[in-house]
Design a protein around this ligand. Structure first.
Ligand SMILES: [Fe+2]
Length: 175
């Protein structure tokens, strides 16, 4: 595989951006609803504005490409897994707060929880076309592996919005 420093360079750029959350909020707007907004998409790079609804959970999944996550409002609890004969084994967890950045390798399997009762806002960058790459998701209870569907991902965000009246959703930027 070709080695390059794109992953490390993107981590630095995202770190610089989320170091000033107010600037990101000014550019992307105050989060009002859970959702995934595509800021840039090509064969080699995808940049998403990911808005996790209050207490929202996303089932384990892989990316099969490197990723960088930077938080500009709120908190993400990431749990990491590896495959085993009986599904998945949890390897550990990492909480990332506002201004934090984590790089994820191509082999990572993770689940994400927003532990807060307000929206968590994050920049997610992927080293490929996030929407066109076949990969896997796992049932959160049985850990059964199945194909990853973007439509399923979007449904989880919609359900988060449906679970709360919009007026009750306060964003991470409103402290
Ligand atoms: Fe992910």
């Amino acid at each position: 595989m070709k080695q390059d420093n794109t992953h490390a360079a993107v981590k630095e750029i995202v770190a610089r951006a989320v170091a000033e959350p107010s600037q990101v909020l000014k550019t992307l707007g105050e989060p009002r609803l859970a959702g995934v907004q595509t800021l840039f998409r090509s064969d080699s790079l995808t940049i998403l504005n990911v808005l996790w609804g209050p207490l929202m959970r996303l089932y384990p999944h892989n990316h099969l490409m490197w990723a960088v996550i930077g938080i500009y409002g709120g908190r993400e609890d990431n749990a990491f897994y590896r495959r085993s004969e009986n599904g998945l084994i949890e390897l550990g967890a990492k909480t990332i707060d506002t201004k934090d950045v984590i790089p994820l390798g191509e082999a990572v399997i993770h689940s994400v929880t927003n532990p807060l009762e307000k929206i968590t806002a994050a920049i997610h960058v992927y080293g490929g076309d996030f929407f066109a790459t076949p990969r896997s998701e796992w049932d959160p209870k049985t850990f059964e592996e199945r194909p990853y569907y973007v439509a399923h991902l979007m449904r989880v965000f919609e359900e988060s919005n449906e679970s709360l009246p919009a007026a009750e959703i306060t964003s991470a930027g409103e402290k």
